[in-house]
Write a protein that binds this ligand. Sequence first.
Ligand code: AMP
Ligand code: MG
Length: 350
Amino acid sequence: MLNTKRWSVDLKKDLSTYYPQIKQAALLLQQNEVVAFPTETVYGLGANAKETEAVKKIYEAKGRPSDNPLIVHIAEVQQLHEFAQIENEKVKTLMDAFWPGALTLVLPCKPGILSKQVTAGLSTVGVRMPDHPVALELIRAAGLPIAAPSANRSGKPSPTLADHVASDLDGRIAGIVDGGSTGIGVESTVVSCIDEIPVILRPGGITKEALEEVVGTVNVDPGLTKKDEAPVSPGMKYTHYAPEAQMYMFHGSDEEMQCHIQKYQAEGLKVGVLTTEEKKEWFAADVVFSCGRREKPETVAANLYRVLRQFDETDVDLIISETFSEQGVGSAIMNRLQKAAGGRNLSSLK
Ligand code: AMP
Ligand code: MG
């Protein structure tokens, strides 16, 4: 058991107040320890991307399958040239438009710099510059490229609060920098820039529509939607984000969803419902949680993982979730919900 250190940063105050704490966290990273930190998407679990000893600790702490590569986080574009190649103009356009931000670019990796564990044996590497003052300052202070997946135990919902990180990883990691609640709430969009036309490997905080506005056509990996095609991004094949109770995605009218709730209750099961502000008074179930406003999908993204974790504090036997439009950030929301539900869907009883 490690004694997990915790530092709190109040973002309303001048960041320089916290430079000493951030330096302590950076020192741990330089000593090949793992430290969790806030980003604008979810909390990340960081380690020195150049050292296998450090990177292995991420996989161990998370219980993450070793064939699932890690995203490397940087604070300045310059850092990228040491370990990745930029071979096409669209990469520069995307970096200029969205960095710092919730966009991970998969680029050809220069051999011999990063630990092989970071790329899980691939010849490419995912790189991102997070848009969060604490993350940027920590990476700068460490002076290293920082490999960082989400700071949860593998399979659980990603952490959007430092308490989520602590509940999964306390005693397993060297430290947690608490910067309050993360903003976007779903992970970055992963885009492969290996071919001429960029391909979305994982939908996320930056929408397809926003990407297409700056680089024209962007494709979506068919493995994300077609059951018989393997996803290009190794992480997308795993069940993820799952609450403890089995979850089902409901497709149909509210009345039909209520029929399902009653049917399960008649079998003696406790039913949880994942809904929105607009409908939270409408459903009658054992537990009803709202994850935001349907008409403002960003609010749903921001609250989604927190609410999925909240179900674990109840005694529901199953959860029925509403479905959302796949427009904009809705495609990331639906991707995460489908993974949390392990592909279990319910439709009309008729
Ligand atoms: P996480 O670190 O938990 O946010 O997950 C990172 C996601 O990015 C996973 O789905 C990985 O499989 C994916 N990823 C990271 N690096 C690469 C890469 N070089 N090629 C394809 N997918 C990647
Ligand atoms: Mg993750």
